[in-house]
Write a protein that binds this ligand. Structure first.
Ligand code: SF4
Length: 292
């Protein structure tokens, strides 16, 4: 049986010593558990990828508001703005932002999404992976490989801390999604394992302490707009890593710091809607209007 990989350091050494990519090491380990074959694992990833693409497509063409009425038309606004105005961002980054909003708004409409790693952060990985793949002729097979790499990153962080706003704040949801997305992106861009893991470390260390303070207790404000922000954050992490910029703090230590930060954060800022944005004057008015 292949050794269980529980840290990023172990992952790095397995990949280096056995000359494997991250997704290969992840698949080998899962297969060694005896429950699934490689074919089944890849089929599951394909299914998730397909659900992600469907959510983007549907979300791009909808202006239906969420049941609360607080959101649902931002993706449409952004698409129209990109069509009308010049942007500082490339076409691919514009697409990334749009796809992140499309998926996130689909989640609010109770549409089908792939939680990646959670529903609140569901727009980030699909947006980065699929927009880049479309604009760079990345094969379906390579997209599946990138998604499995992203999954391995999420799994290794989850070995340390629960990926839930109630436990670690939004750093554990949108933050981890951004790190997963940067790994997928860096891999598709041809980055080596060091660059991939550095992109993960850079993404994570620059969102430490991100609060979870959903208005009205709904995964809506600030969650929806946080998705395009953290999708672009993943691009920044990948750009730095591809330039050879490294995280001076090793990735496993960044994850330790993230876990500790989550523990130090007040429960008022961890999905309880008792602090931060959730307790602003406007949030209280919105809550009264929605619940009346
Ligand atoms: S703010 Fe909280 S509920 Fe919203 S996406 Fe982040 S962790 Fe999830």
């Amino acid at each position: 049986m292949d050794a269980n990989i529980t840290t990023f350091r172990q992952l790095y050494y397995v990949c280096k010593s056995q000359n494997k990519k991250i997704y290969e090491a992840a698949i080998d380990y899962e297969v060694s558990l005896g429950e699934y074959s490689e074919e089944q694992i890849r089929m599951q990833a394909e299914k998730s990828l397909s659900a992600m693409k469907d959510a983007i497509k549907t979300g791009m063409n909808s202006v239906e508001k969420s049941p609360s009425g607080m959101s649902g038309d931002d993706c449409d606004k952004l698409q129209k703005s990109f069509a009308r105005n010049s942007s500082l961002y490339s076409k691919t980054v514009q697409k990334i932002m749009t796809y992140a909003l499309a998926t996130s708004e689909q989640n609010l409409r109770m549409g089908t999404i792939a939680a990646c790693p959670t529903a609140g952060s569901c727009g980030i990985v699909p947006a980065v992976l699929i927009a880049f793949a479309q604009d760079n002729n990345i094969s379906e097979n390579e997209q599946v490989n990138a998604l499995i790499t992203a999954g391995e990153v999420g799994k290794l962080v989850a070995n340390k801390m629960a990926l839930a706003g109630a436990v670690g704040g939004c750093q554990a949801e949108c933050g981890v999604a951004s790190a997963m997305a940067s790994a997928a992106l860096t891999q598709m861009r041809g980055g080596d394992i060091k660059q991939i893991l550095n992109s993960v470390a850079l993404a994570l260390k620059n969102i430490l302490g991100l609060t979870c303070d959903p208005v009205c207790g709904l995964v809506e404000i600030p969650c929806v707009k946080r998705n395009p922000f953290l999708a672009v954050h993943a691009v920044t992490a990948s750009e730095l890593a591809m330039a050879g910029i490294i995280s001076k703090i090793p990735l496993d230590e960044v994850v330790d710091a993230m876990e500790q930060t989550g523990k130090l954060m007040s429960p008022l800022l961890k999905e309880s809607s008792q602090g931060g944005l959730a307790k602003t004057k406007t949030a209280i008015i919105l809550e009264k209007n929605i619940l009346k």
